[in-house]
Write a protein that binds this ligand. Sequence first.
Ligand code: F6P
Length: 324
Amino acid sequence: IKKIAVFTSGGDSPGMNAAIRSVVRTCAFHNIECVGIYRGYEGMIEGDFKPLTARSVKDIINKGGTFLKSARSKAFMTKEGRKKAYDNLVAEQVDALVVIGGDGSFTGALVFNEEFGFPVMGIPGTIDNDIYGTSHTLGYDTALNTVVDCIDKIRDTASSHNRLFFVEVMGRDAGHIALNVGVGAGAEEILIPEEDLGLDRLLESLRRSKQSGKSSSIVVVAEGDKTGKNVFELKDYVEQNMSEYEVRVSVLGHMQRGGSPSCFDRVLASRMGVTAVESLLEGKSNYMVGLIKDEIALTPLEQAVKGKSEIDQELIRVSDIMTT
Ligand code: F6P
């Protein structure tokens, strides 16, 4: 392997820049070339490449987002699109790919490898933490801190007005963000897709809170929650069934994806980038670099895509106890 291409794909996450930097510098360390591809698979299809040297990734470890930009590519889902991408990589003399993204991006890499035998290595970058084979995806820790900070602020105004707040957080179909910030910010209830609390239990719990002397409350709702009601409908539902609370809603949205990465994410990105490049140089392909029990470990990309990242059951228990 003489030249590696790196790109970011899917929803961006804090720490992606740090991972690109790590890939580029590890290539430089091993005296091989590195090229960046803009806008993920879209740029691969359009031939939007740029050579990257150790110095060209200075001053980015602390930046949110991804300087290579990101996209969710429809064209790469077609055979024709992938063939164009392959031709561009061959013309650019690229020998292997490092893809930083989530499961959709990894699925694309797997199909590409199957069709053209192109060596690929994945680095999990998403705030959702919904990838099998790693305890932490890049950006997850930063997002948790961002959200906890927001909820702390919401708590200030909630308690000043004796209000109940439903706070919707991201996570797609997973409740990792919601569960962790719920515990970290001391929420009264946490609604996650992995556990169906049920609307009756929600009311019961809110009544209990009120009776126990709480004047304000925060309920964290994962965007993928399965109660069948979104946060605005939940507000209406509670107001219709309980006169005790004045209810407000806050949907945190894309601010959760931005911001300077936490130290944890920067270190993780640096470690993952080194292993991704060195694994390719050792002749490995079709793996995702993850963190398992605090050690960097490889998981077959296919398993990373198909496996389920389980919710922390112990943390659910802790949260139940904390809301007593
Ligand atoms: O996967 C990251 C994520 O932020 C999810 O939490 C959310 O459901 C989705 O992306 C939003 O996607 P978009 O930025 O395309 O609206």
